[in-house]
Write a protein that binds this ligand. Structure first.
Ligand SMILES: [Zn+2]
Length: 378
C-alpha cells in the first residue's frame, strides 16, 4: 500500500508498505542481479549502507541456481538472509538483451540460455511463476523491451501485446497468491509502461494500464540509447497519466543527475547498475563529480574518497591505499569503492526525501547539480 506523504512541485515523497517492511520514497534499489551485489558486498554490508530494497534478476536466477531450488530453500529472503523488501524484474529485459536466438510469439518468447544454450520458453505466466517461487516482495510484469529505434508500427504492436501480457500476469499472480504452498501470498505486481519515444503511444498505454489497479507502475524502455533530454521529455509527458497514489518507477536509471531530474518529474523508485559497475572499474561518485581512483594524482592522496562521507570505506581508508589495491588487483579495492558508491546513492536519496519534506526540492537539486559540475571528470 502506497501513501503519498507530500508533493513538492511534481516531486513525490511517499511510503510504500509491504510485508517485508516500509519503503521510504524516493528510493534507490540496490541491484544484486544474481542474488548478490557485484563487488563482494554481503547482506551485512547492505545493512550499513542505508539499503532499503534489494533487486534481483528473474532470468539469471531462473537459469542458475533455478527458481525451484530457491523455493525449496525457502525463497530469496531466506536464501540471501535479507529480510527487507526485494524487487524482482520480470526477466523480459534480459530475454531481449542477453539471450541468443529468440522468437516472440503471442504466448511468450522462445530463446536460448546465455549459460549453456539450452532452449527456454518464457511468457507472462512463466515469469510470474518464477517470481512467485523466488517469493520477492514486488514482482514486475513480463513485457517486451522494444528495440531502439523502432518504427511506429512495430512499437504499437509491441505495446498492445505488452498490455495483453499484463492482463495475463495479473490473473496468474492472483492465482499463485491463492495457492497453499506459495511462500509470499502477498506478492505485489508493478505494470510497465512502454512506447519508446512516441509520447502518444506512451500516454495511451499509461491510461490503459492505470485502469488495471496494480500496486505500482514503471516506465520501461528508457535509457536505451535516446538522449537525456528525450528521456526527460518522455517522463514529463507520461507520468501525469500514471496514478499519483501509486509508486512510479523509472527502470534502469541512472546517473545521480538523471535521478535528480526524474524525481523532479514525479518518479520515486529507481534502480541502476552504475554505482556497482563503475565502482568495479575504479570510478567513485562524489558531490564534486565522479573520480577515477586509478588516476596517478591519487598516488599520495591520504584523504578518503570523499571528505565527510560516513561510509565504511571513507571512515578508514585513503584514496592512495584504494588506488594501490586497484593497481595490485586486490579485490578489496573494488569492494571499498562499490560500498562507497552505494552509500553515496542511498544517502543522496535520503537528502532528496528531506528536501521534499521541507518543500525545498528545487533548491536542493540545483545545489547538487552545480556541485557535480564543479570539479567532475565527466
Ligand atoms: Zn564514502
Amino acid at each position: 500500500m502506497y501513501k503519498l506523504l507530500k508533493q513538492d512541485g511534481m516531486a513525490k515523497r511517499g511510503e510504500f508498505h509491504t510485508v517485508h517492511g516500509v519503503i521510504q520514497t524516493p528510493v534507490f534499489m540496490n541491484v544484486g542481479t544474481c542474488a548478490a551485489i557485484k563487488g563482494a558486498v554481503s547482506t551485512e554490508d547492505l545493512e550499513g549502507l542505508k539499503t532499503q530494497v534489494e533487486l534481483s534478476n528473474t532470468y539469471h536466477l531462473h537459469v542458475r541456481p533455478g527458481d525451484k531450488v530457491v523455493k525449496q530453500l525457502g525463497g530469496l529472503h531466506k536464501f540471501m538472509v535479507w529480510d527487507k523488501p526485494i524487487l524482482t524484474d520480470s526477466g523480459g529485459f534480459q530475454v531481449f538483451s542477453l539471450a541468443g536466438l529468440r522468437k516472440i510469439k503471442e504466448e511468450g518468447v522462445y530463446f536460448n540460455s546465455h549459460i549453456d544454450g539450452r532452449k527456454i520458453f518464457m511468457g507472462p505466466e512463466e515469469s510470474m511463476q518464477i517470481q512467485s517461487n523466488l517469493a520477492s516482495t514486488i514482482a514486475m510484469a513480463f513485457d517486451e523491451c522494444p528495440p531502439h529505434p523502432a518504427t511506429r508500427e512495430y512499437m504499437q504492436n509491441s505495446v498492445d501485446r505488452t498490455t495483453r501480457w499484463l492482463e495475463r500476469c495479473k490473473k496468474e499472480m492472483a492465482r499463485l497468491n491463492s495457492l497453499e504452498d506459495t511462500i509470499n501470498k502477498n506478492q505485489m505486481l508493478f505494470g510497465i509502461n512502454q512506447g519508446g519515444t512516441f509520447e502518444d503511444i506512451r500516454i495511451e498505454h499509461a491510461k490503459r494500464i492505470s485502469e488495471m489497479d496494480l500496486d505500482g507502475y514503471a516506465l520501461g524502455g528508457l535509457a536505451v540509447g535516446e538522449s537525456h533530454e528525450e528521456m526527460y521529455r518522455i517522463i514529463e509527458e507520461t507520468v501525469p497519466y500514471l496514478p499519483l497514489e501509486k509508486p512510479t518507477y523509472l527502470m534502469g536509471v541512472g546517473t545521480p543527475a538523471n535521478i535528480l531530474e526524474a524525481v523532479d518529474r514525479g518518479v520515486d523508485f529507481f534502480d541502476c547498475v552504475y554505482p556497482t559497475r563503475n565502482g568495479r572499474h575504479g570510478h567513485a561518485y562524489t558531490n564534486k563529480g565522479k573520480i577515477n581512483l586509478l588516476n596517478a594524482r591519487f598516488e599520495l592522496d591520504s584523504r578518503p574518497i570523499e571528505e565527510g562521507c560516513q561510509c565504511p570505506a571513507c571512515r578508514r581508508y585513503s584514496r592512495a591505499y584504494i588506488r594501490h589495491l586497484l593497481k595490485a588487483k586486490e579485490m578489496l579495492g573494488l569492494r571499498l569503492i562499490v560500498i562507497h558508491n552505494l552509500y553515496f546513492y542511498n544517502t543522496m536519496m535520503e537528502e532528496i526525501r528531506d528536501a521534499i519534506d521541507q518543500g525545498a526540492y528545487k533548491a536542493y537539486k540545483k545545489a547538487k547539480l552545480d556541485g557535480f559540475a564543479a570539479n567532475g571528470e565527466d
